[in-house]
Design a protein around this ligand. Structure first.
Ligand SMILES: Nc1ncnc2c1ncn2[C@@H]1O[C@H](COP(=O)(O)OP(=O)(O)O)[C@@H](O)[C@H]1O
Ligand SMILES: [Mg+2]
Length: 150
């Protein structure tokens, strides 16, 4: 397991395998339909998305989980990463967790620069190297800050 903590905005960067967060996937009680559709969507993003032009099917590669704090979003997302890893040919993927607090700044334009660098550079480099799963947890008020910065 490799953990890097020196990348701005990222607090976990590691290689994730099928077993790493599998227990989280099993422990979260949601409908089987929801788990199935999350897994299908994640696999679609890893398999079909790189092969199809955005002009044909605009797959964005994003899965949005919305719910009250403590409703299991983070656990489910971590479990999903492991489940998806296990179904990929390499049985692993690069797993990143973004820490939004370290990106936001009251200084004019600084948040925007940090977000642009994170997505346009850091995450893009990981994605070029292989399947990459990014978990971004934002509270509602932070989501607004990101919208402004996007
Ligand atoms: N539907 C659920 N079934 C089982 N455990 C749950 C469920 N929702 C939340 N939990 C438990 O509550 C805790 C907080 O969940 P978390 O994934 O951090 O939620 P969120 O990211 O939505 O705030 C975890 O220990 C998780 O296992
Ligand atoms: Mg959470």
């Amino acid at each position: 397991m490799s953990v890097k903590q020196d990348i701005k905005g990222i607090h976990i960067a590691r290689t994730l395998g099928a077993q790493d967060h599998a227990e989280l996937w099993d422990s979260i009680h949601v409908s089987k339909d929801l788990k199935d559709s999350l897994l299908c969507q994640a696999l679609l993003n890893f398999t079909l998305r790189p092969k199809v032009s955005r002009t044909v099917i605009p797959l964005h590669g994003v899965i949005l989980l919305v719910g009250k704090p403590g409703s299991g979003k983070t656990s489910l997302a971590r479990g999903l990463a492991s489940k998806a890893a296990g179904l990929l040919p390499a049985k692993k993927l690069a797993y990143l967790e973004v820490e939004p607090h370290s990106l936001t700044s009251s200084a004019m334009g600084k948040t925007q620069r940090a977000v642009t660098e994170l997505f346009g550079q850091t995450i893009a480099e990981y994605a070029q190297a292989g399947p990459t799963f990014v978990l971004l947890s934002v509270a509602r008020d932070h989501a607004c800050a990101f919208e402004v910065a996007a």
